[in-house]
Design a protein. Sequence first.
Length: 255
Amino acid sequence: MNITGHTIFLPGATSGIGLALALRLQEKGNLVIVGGRRTELLERVAAEHPGIATVRVDTADPDSIEAAARTVLAEHPDLDVLIAMAGIMRAEDWTDPAGFVATAEATVTTNLLGPIRLIAAFMEHLLAQKSATIMTVSSGLAFVPLRPTPTYNATKAAIHMLSESLRLQLAGTSVEVLELIPPAVRTDLMPGQATSETAMPLADFVDEVMSLLEARPEATEIRVRQVEFLRGAEARGDYPQVVAALNGSDPHARA
């Protein structure tokens, strides 16, 4: 993926990694549309960052996704990049069946069904472009599990395999599939993560992501150095040790 001259939609990007990435992509000469559920946050983004377009979308609601897609494509018919950024991360206790099911279902709806529905809503349009990109967002936890978040881990593993599979199906078309694999980053995704010493500073993460995109436009995975500890565990043969290290200290360590 070249990093300039695109029209890019990032749903779920009113804060954290999504907003930081949106602003950096705008700086590179792209027209960026930010999507989010809360109108007041969208209005703040538009006011504080002139040139950023916004659209309301609830990625847990299929009707909202369809409506947002219609709006985006009507207002920005040259859209050629979709970054499926939305996600939630919540702790679960599977020893308490009554307590975890609702959280697990909400996580699957947002983290897995959300990207599937978003991609479906834009696929016909993207296939009609001369060149286009779908960027998914998985996690280092797609490859090594964090004890408190079983369903989050599972949805991110599913996003990784979805990305791999879509890349195979779309080979020979105009659409490339790119997977962004973050480590733990200092955002509000989980309580305490924004101040975790072992989580990667947000600015450093986005700097490295942009550098990787610029240096390797042909890449299929964008993974910063800090996530390699998790991403390469099986290939290196130290998976049990990595699982133990990840789950034996700060729950955000290297995640």
